[in-house]
Design a protein around this ligand. Structure first.
Ligand code: ADP
Ligand code: ASP
Ligand code: MG
Length: 416
């Protein structure tokens, strides 16, 4: 008998038929003797619908009120799933985040879980009930409802699994595992049997939204066995694992991530003097805008420089405004920007021990005539920024260049 935490995302609970199917799957696992805690998201599209309603009434609604609104999506699905279970004779109880004391900080819309009091859940499990918990939400010390950021139900599931010391946390979704890249963009993408926490964390933070970043962080920190699998078909999905366990079949590149949410800003003709980067980026940081990639070039005359960086698209207008002010003060020649860019990254722990990944990447892009605007590297990833229109072509070219369609075993040599 195992204690399992199952999480079903929006598409998996998108209609009452699907909710019934989730209940049936849960009953099969229960018949095998497992104890179950089920975390659910709002029905697909619901969170966006609620955000749209808020937008009709207030251009920048208060975070507290937004959380009261957004948390209702998950409250609907927990009740419906508990009903579907009861209808089939399975004792079940649903709870909101606050009811099972998922305590968070007070950062509305992006709160972090601090603690969970598992007494109530344990009591129900011991009484033979299936426990259904609303994902994506918690409560702060003042009793205000909070939400955990988009995709946050993954994190609720992992946090509950950690608190309950569950045997496994299973993330059921609309694809049957983690792929070498988003299978909706590249049909040749291949499902991975395993991926390391480190690689998954990097993929998630570089744009692969199959798991929320914090869920992966949490699972790595508390050693929660984590699996991604399909809610529609049977299968073993993808196990997120430690590096040592995965080493046997480790390829150099695990996958390709992309992020369409960034925008690029450039100040050109800035005097090349000490302190310039600080004067440009200081006001941006003070406005709480996160800067991602940064590149500084020496200008043609050798006395001025060009300074380019990327921010989230939502922050673009604000950052442009701040930059124009800074540029006037610095006597810079011009400020320009572009929202039609995409960041594409190849990720793999195998890169650490092999040179040549970056040049292989640049070679593949150059064969397709794709111009690289920015580059950044770390031990286990190489990222480039290119024109948005090349997204599909670039990801496919890289997928081919690193032979990701094929099984990892035996690839070591050809990838090196
Ligand atoms: P849910 O609503 O179940 O939480 P999400 O939409 O958040 O589902 O995540 C699943 C989606 O993640 C898939 O439909 C897929 O398009 C996308 N995705 C992006 N990158 C990957 C990847 N490397 N492997 C699998 N899915 C990916
Ligand atoms: N319903 C929330 C969202 O759409 C949380 C989640 O689905 O994980 O982001
Ligand atoms: Mg999700």
């Amino acid at each position: 008998m195992a204690l399992l935490v199952l999480k079903f995302g929006g598409t998996s609970v998108g209609t009452t038929e699907r909710i019934r199917a989730v209940a049936e799957r849960a009953m099969r696992l229960r018949d095998e003797g497992h104890q179950l805690v089920i975390v659910v998201s709002a029905m697909s599209g619901e969170t966006d619908r609620l955000l749209g309603l808020a937008g009709e009434l207030h251009p920048r609604a208060d975070g507290r009120e937004l959380d009261v609104l957004l948390s209702t999506g998950e409250q609907v699905t927990i009740a419906l799933l508990a009903m579907a279970l009861e209808a089939q004779g399975c004792p079940a109880r649903s709870y909101t985040g606050a009811q099972v004391m998922i305590r968070t900080d007070s950062a509305h819309n992006k709160a972090r879980i601090r603690s969970i009091d598992d007494a109530r859940v344990r009591g129900d499990l011991e009484a033979g009930r299936v426990v259904v918990v609303a994902g994506f939400q918690g409560v702060d010390d003042e009793g205000a409802i909070t939400t955990l950021g988009r995709g946050g139900s993954d994190t609720t599931a992992v946090a509950l699994a950690a608190a309950l010391k569950a045997d496994e946390c299973r993330i059921y979704t609309d694809v049957d595992g983690v792929y070498t890249t988003d299978p909706r963009l590249v049909p040749q993408a291949r499902r991975l049997e395993r991926i390391t926490f480190e690689e998954m964390l990097e993929m998630a933070s570089l744009g692969s939204k199959v798991l929320q970043i914090r869920a992966v962080e949490f699972a790595g920190k508390y050693n929660v066995p984590l699996r991604v699998l399909s809610s529609f078909e049977e299968g073993t999905g993808t196990l997120i694992t430690t590096e040592e366990d995965a080493a046997v079949e480790q390829a150099l590149v695990a996958g390709i991530a992309f992020n369409k949410d960034e925008a690029q800003l450039t100040v050109s003709g800035v005097p090349d003097q000490p302190g310039v980067a600080h004067r440009i980026l200081g006001p941006v940081a003070d406005a709480n805008i996160e800067v991602d990639m940064i590149v500084q070039n020496v200008g043609e005359d050798g006395r001025t420089t060009d300074f380019t960086f990327t921010v989230h698209r939502n922050d673009y207008d604000k950052a442009l405004e701040l930059l124009q002010a800074a540029a006037r003060e610095l006597g810079a020649r011009e400020v320009s920007g572009d929202v039609h860019i995409v960041k594409i990254s190849v990720v793999g722990v195998g890169m650490r021990s092999h040179a040549g990944i970056a040049s292989r990447m640049f070679g593949a892009l150059s064969r397709e005539n794709i111009n690289i605007r920015m580059i950044s590297t770390s031990e286990i990833k190489v990222s480039v920024v290119v024109d948005e229109k090349y997204l599909e072509l670039a990801v496919r070219a890289l997928h081919d260049a690193f032979e990701l369609e094929q099984e990892a075993a035996g690839l070591h040599e050809s990838q090196g």
